[in-house]
Design a protein around this ligand. Structure first.
Ligand code: AGP
Length: 606
């Protein structure tokens, strides 16, 4: 979704803003713009399309060491130059960039128009520029405070004013905003990716917080103008983490990184002697953990599907009833919150609006919620009562891959801990730990077969529609496989429980509709093979994602073998070929792998 970047210091601002905007491209956007305050006033430039179009339009030497930039994802009004940010006051004095949605923009606009203000865009954001300009407060800090006092909705705002040219004032409510602290220079961003090349010292603003940023420092304060005295923390993200290197796409890079990142995630978290997991960040005592009688997992999209896998792991290892639900639905149905239920919010970005809302709803009703989150310091990570960081490193591609694998590993660790405070034996705990320790090598073994999987994907890429089937542990794998293919190769794919095929969808089977069947070596192998046989008998093509040694009796046109780990952990590995199938199908179709149409990396609007 939209991205914000800001710079104030000694260097020319424009190249730094453009570089920051380039790094925010992955979030999805349709237009971009920037304003730079220079010796002869402000220069604002906006373009529909890519950041490189904006860069190409910039004057060769744009003087000015203060500026703000933005990538826009259209919400109010179409993707046009007039609707791109920054938005300005009528006299160009004030410029504003904004992420989020101002709910009362229509009423504010009507009021401003009645006072004679002429609007030049359809956006909700433009009201902010006019409100700041029309405030008669003495300082820019106060003028922005006056403006945000009148706003209802979500926002991350960055404001510059030619009347106070050595300052950027920012405000946050419901949309992430970060200040980066440099040496006599400061940065503002909606995402660490935009400032990681310049500094690792950051402040994550809280909702309701503002900051007045100059080249030499910053002041953070509340909407009542009370100082909050925030100090920076150090983030552990390197510039190369958000660079492509030798890879053709970020998705390819992120898939390839998994053996290494999973090994890193497990470091220090396995207690081999007692066969359990060390998860200090949960902030829950073993006695409290034992007292939970139910687990409820909430996430969106792929995070929800891995949540379904997590629920199965928890039921299998800890024997606690566990269930996953789409956070986007949960929030709208007045959910019953139970004191003895452990709620878990799962999110790569930690900024998904629906999941964040679910967390607040649980807390409002007195529930206890922990987070499985990748982005350190993100909204969900900070608002949860404790949690497990996924430590997958930055994930740039819109299609999530390594973060989902890490979610699977995070759930395995949690299930192990929950099991070990209950009835899971030390020996079984040690069996799971041994399986977790083998995971990095097992993932590497799947990746070693990429060429063969690519060949299968090329065959699937021409199909208009596909089935992905699996049962019990294999079903979330099938759901995620279908999701990944839809997302980046724009082919229709439907996930079904293998057991449900015969209750209807079997009627659709024909040669042109291939099926990807998850057939692990487990207690259900024979039934899964029999279902694949039914597909074949009706002329359907079958690609089996399976384990070595599974006898497919000729029911599959292709087989993709994945190393057999422990049954509870196998689904984590079975998801890896799904990533590669989607990647190579999309590559075959010549599509933009990292920026699929209509999608954004973190869905921060409702
Ligand atoms: C994954 O490939 C998708 N882009 C999407 O379903 C994603 O998992 C979902 O939007 C949730 O995102 P989050 O993990 O950042 O909360």
């Amino acid at each position: 979704m939209c991205g914000i970047v800001g710079y104030i210091g000694r260097q020319p601002a424009a190249p730094i803003l453009v570089e920051g905007l380039n790094r925010l491209e992955y979030r999805g956007y349709d237009s971009a713009g920037l304003s730079v305050l220079g010796p002869s006033g402000a220069t604002t430039l906006r373009r529909v399309g890519r950041v490189r179009d904006l860069e190409a339009a910039l004057p060769r030497r744009l003087a000015g060491t203060v500026g703000i930039g933005h990538t826009r994802w259209a919400t109010h009004g179409p993707a046009t130059e007039a609707n791109a940010h920054p938005h300005r006051s009528e006299d160009d004095r004030v410029a504003v960039v904004h992420n989020g949605i101002i709910d009362n923009a229509a009423a504010l606009r009507a009021g401003l128009e009645a006072e004679g203000v002429t609007f030049s865009s359809d956006t909700d954001t433009e009201v902010v520029a006019h409100l700041v300009r029309r405030s008669d407060a003495a300082t820019l800090d106060e003028r922005v405070l006056d403006a945000v006092d009148r706003l209802v909705g979500t926002y991350a705002l960055a404001v510059v004013d030619q009347a106070d040219p050595d300052r950027i004032v920012v405000a946050r409510n419901g949309s992430p905003l970060i200040i980066g602290v440099g040496d006599k220079e400061m940065f503002v961003a909606s995402d660490v990716a935009a400032l990681v090349r310049h500094t690792s010292s950051v402040i994550h603003l809280d909702d309701g917080e503002l900051a007045s940023v100059t080249a030499r420092g910053y002041r953070t304060f509340t909407r009542d103008a009370a100082d909050t005295g925030r100090t920076p923390t150090t983030i552990d993200v390197e510039a190369q983490d958000v660079e492509l290197g030798a890879h053709a796409s970020f998705m390819a890079k992120e898939i390839a990184e998994q053996p290494e990142t999973v090994a890193r995630m497990l470091g220090g978290r396995l207690d081999t002697r007692f066969g359990t997991a060390r998860l200090d960040g949960l902030n829950i005592t073993p006695r409290e953990l034992r007292a939970f009688t139910r687990v409820k997992i909430l996430g969106c999209g792929s995070a929800f599907y891995v949540g379904e896998l997590g629920a199965l792991m928890i039921e299998e290892l800890a024997r606690i009833p566990a269930h996953a639900e789409a956070a986007s639905e949960f929030r709208y149905r007045n959910p019953i919150i139970e004191p003895d239920t452990l709620y878990i919010a799962v999110s790569q970005s930690g900024e998904t609006a629906d999941t964040a809302f679910a967390v607040r709803e649980i807390q409002r009703k007195g529930g206890r919620v922990i987070g499985l989150v990748n982005v350190v310091g993100s909204t969900i990570a900070r608002e949860c009562d404790g949690g497990i960081y996924l430590h997958a490193g930055p994930e740039v591609s819109v299609a999530s891959t390594k973060a989902l694998t890490h979610m699977g590993v995070g759930f395995a660790l949690l299930a192990l801990l929950l099991g070990r405070v209950r009835d899971l034996s030390v020996a079984d705990g040690q069996r799971i730990i041994a399986g977790l320790q083998r995971l990095p090598d097992d993932i590497a073994a799947v990746l070693a077969g990429e060429d063969r999987i690519a060949e299968v994907a090329r065959g699937l890429a021409t199909a208009q529609s596909l089935f992905f089937i699996g049962r019990v542990r294999g079903f979330p794998v099938a759901r995620e496989g279908a999701q990944k293919l839809k997302e980046i190769s724009y082919r229709h794919a439907e996930a079904y429980q293998t057991s449900e095929l015969k209750h209807g969808p079997l009627a659709l089977i024909e040669e042109s509709l291939p099926t990807v069947a998850v057939i692990p070596q487990d207690e259900l192998t024979e039934r899964n093979v029999a279902a694949a046989e039914q597909i074949r008998a009706r002329g359907g093509r079958v690609v089996a994602v399976t384990h070595p040694g599974v006898e497919l009796d000729g029911v599959a046109d292709h087989r993709i073998d994945v190393p057999h780990n422990e049954p509870e952990l196998d689904p984590i590995l079975l998801m890896i070929p799904m990533q590669l199938l989607a990647l190579h199908a999309a590559m075959t179709r010549g599509l933009d792998i990292d920026r699929p149409r209509n999608l954004a990396k973190s869905v921060t609007v409702e």
